[in-house]
Write a protein that binds this ligand. Structure first.
Ligand code: SF4
Length: 256
């Protein structure tokens, strides 16, 4: 592990929960649109993949976001990480890179972190690295396209719509290629996986093995909240969540 990676682990609460009591993340909501359709997403709330349930953020312009961070920085010495995690998909909105570049120029000491569905991570890995991003969260819910097609409705890539198995296959290939590309540059990777009872609870071990092989450092299992097209499925119980996390911890480090 490089010195830079060790430094990130000593400051970033998403990668090391032990530092949560000292350091804060600061979210900047500049990304409105999304390039995929998760069946559990209503788009009434922020991206479900890396936000508190029911959170609704007002989308800010890059200028507003920078100003907000600037003021917050003056008031708190605890801010160590700037997160780009919604309300849509950060990499599908050019405002993300505009803001990142501005933030990196003025606050090179802050860790820049992006959460993504992974579709554009391979294409953007170099630009993200150049803009100071050293930590990325990728949401991977399935590593089998036959299952993935039940979780994702469509994918929009390179001005082309994809549906069904070809959408799930494309998304999975792009997620894994993106994780590898980011790792090549020394970017730390956390994988989020939504535990959807009745769909992927038996599949999470496979997800853990595959993302670890691709280079993920840690994994966070997120409880499923029934809504949108998957409203008929049950919510993840605390017991199931605990049990799955315990099983997965033998494969890859688990984040709370
Ligand atoms: Fe919704 Fe996030 Fe999925 Fe996009 S990636 S559809 S914003 S949950």
């Amino acid at each position: 592990m490089s010195l830079e990676e060790k430094w990130i682990l000593s400051q970033h609460p998403c990668f090391n929960s032990a530092v949560e009591r000292w350091f804060d993340r600061y979210p900047l909501a500049v990304a409105a649109g999304c390039n995929i359709r998760c069946h559990y997403c209503s788009r009434v709330y922020d991206c479900m993949n890396d936000n508190l349930p029911g959170r609704v953020s007002k989308t800010l312009s890059p200028r507003e976001a920078f100003k907000k961070l600037h003021n917050a920085q003056r008031q708190s010495e605890r801010i160590r990480v700037v997160c780009f995690n919604g309300p849509g998909e950060p990499l599908a909105n050019k405002e993300t890179l505009d803001t990142l570049e501005r933030v990196h120029n003025h606050f090179p000491q802050l860790i820049k972190c992006v959460s993504t569905n992974g579709l554009l991570l391979e294409d953007y890995a170099e630009k993200l690295y150049a803009a100071g991003v050293r930590a990325v969260t990728v949401t991977v819910n399935a590593v089998d396209p036959a299952l993935g097609r039940k979780i994702y409705g469509w994918v929009f890539y390179n001005n082309q719509p994809y549906q069904g198995i070809s959408a799930a296959e494309l998304l999975l290939n792009k997620q894994l290629a993106g994780i590898r590309e980011a790792r090549k540059r020394g970017i730390l990777i956390k994988v989020n996986t939504v535990l959807i009872p009745g769909l992927n609870e038996e599949h999470l071990k496979q997800v853990a093995v595959v993302v670890k092989q691709a280079g993920a450092y840690t994994m966070k299992v997120i409880p499923f909240i029934p809504q949108a097209e998957l409203a008929q499925l049950p919510a993840t119980s605390g017991k199931m969540l605990h049990q799955v996390k315990r099983e997965l911890s033998t494969i890859i480090r688990q984040t709370i």
